[in-house]
Design a binder for this molecule. Structure first.
Ligand SMILES: NC(=O)c1ccc[n+]([C@@H]2O[C@H](COP(=O)([O-])OP(=O)(O)OC[C@H]3O[C@@H](n4cnc5c(N)ncnc54)[C@H](OP(=O)(O)O)[C@@H]3O)[C@@H](O)[C@H]2O)c1
Length: 361
């Protein structure tokens, strides 16, 4: 069935990709391709199952005066990318397009008007689309320096999940230290980030996940307790672990789990609606919201970020500072070569991934 997710991605224009004139590293074939002005990119020609994606070569565009050329070292793969290529997202990019919203890499060329970013700098960028390629050309204003504390894989995969989490917990739910936080899908990308952020904000984190590996990852990120959703009753166990009812339930999963999370809330508790990875948008019983003076809080970080670019940049700077100070620790992603994009998206959709996924060109 069609799935709608809550992430608003308005930047659906296809980004140009281009080769690098910079020092050539890696496989000899890649070096030869780059030398000949050819870029490799994943291309979606029709809204179809992910195995219809192809990797194609195309000529590189020039680098405009306000842009930088980046040799991509890692591209973050998000749940939403699978929805985009299957035409199951509320925004449908014009075909053909290259998916991929987050990249990290090295600047190989700067436009004539660019200052403050130089060749050889490691940068990350949120590109909307176009990231599944071995090079991208982005506006210099989009390129953010990567601190040494972050690997290329981490840098390409933390922005969406951490900014969503901080925006959701602090700006939308007004979380306070000492509150209990139930995180659903806690072993997934968005879930693990919420666990890490919850720990930083002083919340008592209860992580719900279906596998031992996912629960272990959540404990490593700072969860105080875990719920095995494959064997335990989510509502009963969350109430038990929180001493009567949780203050906040962070839900990127939806489906039946959402109602269980709502019923697990205590007095004045909030269900924080993040997404519907289960594929089902829940219909919540209003009496369960009324009882105990509960609240349901929606989160659309992507739409907010588009409307408030300055505040979003400040949020990113805050997360980067917390990472540099060792107060946040995004996980190292599971990596796949660019040609294995279909496998990466399938593993993510079939719940096999713990944490994040990145393509490494
Ligand atoms: N609101 C926003 O601003 C915002 C921002 C970013 C992302 N999102 C949304 O958040 C959701 C989660 O993203 P994510 O990156 O965390 O995805 P993910 O890494 O794939 O994790 C999703 C988790 O959901 C659980 N799940 C339960 N049923 C599932 C099913 N049928 N298929 C797949 N997963 C299922 C899985 O955990 P278990 O195996 O433990 O059940 C999985 O680990 C997506 O819908 C995404 O679009 C929203």
């Amino acid at each position: 069935m069609p799935t709608v997710c809550a992430l608003g991605v308005a930047a659906v224009a296809r980004l140009p990709v281009s080769p690098t004139p910079a020092p050539l590293t890696g496989h000899p074939l890649r070096q030869a391709a780059l030398r000949s002005g050819i870029v490799r990119a994943v291309v979606c020609h029709a809204f179809a199952p992910v195995d219809q994606l192809v990797v194609e070569e195309r000529p590189s565009p020039p680098c405009p005066p306000d842009a930088v050329r980046v040799a991509v070292r890692a591209c973050g793969v998000n749940f939403v990318d699978g929805l985009f290529v299957q035409g199951r997202y509320q925004i449908k990019p014009p075909l053909p397009f290259t998916p991929g919203g987050e990249i990290a890499g090295v600047v190989t060329e700067i436009g004539s008007d660019v200052a403050g970013v130089g060749v050889g700098h490691r940068v990350l960028a949120s590109v909307g689309l176009g990231g599944f390629a071995d090079e991208v050309v982005v506006r210099a204003a989009q390129a953010v320096a990567i601190p040494d504390a972050l690997s290329d894989g981490q840098a390409a995969t933390f922005v969406q999940s951490y900014l969503t989490g901080l925006f959701a917990l602090r700006e939308r739910a007004h979380a306070r230290a000492g509150q209990s936080l139930l995180v659903l899908g806690a072993g997934g990308g968005v879930g693990l980030a919420a666990v890490d952020l919850g720990r930083m904000l002083g919340l008592q984190v209860i992580a719900a996940a279906s596998s031992e590996a996912k629960r272990r990852a959540a404990l490593d990120q700072g969860a105080q307790a875990v719920i095995d959703t494959s064997t335990e009753d989510l509502k009963d166990r969350a109430r038990e672990l929180s001493g009567g009812g949780v203050d906040l339930a962070y839900d990127p999963v939806g489906g039946e789990a959402a109602e269980q999370a709502l019923r697990a809330l205590g007095e004045d508790g909030q269900l924080v609606v993040i997404g519907f990875a289960s594929g089902t948008i829940p219909r919540l019983p209003a009496n369960q919201v009324l009882l105990r003076n509960r609240r349901v809080t929606g989160v659309d970080w992507g739409a907010w970020a588009m409307r408030h670019p300055g505040e979003n940049r400040a949020l990113l700077a805050e997360v980067l500072a917390a990472i540099e100070a060792g107060r946040l620790s995004p996980v190292e992603p599971q990596t796949y070569p660019l040609d294995h994009v279909a496998r990466a998206l399938t593993d993510l959709a079939e719940r096999r991934v713990v944490g994040k996924v990145a393509l490494v060109p």
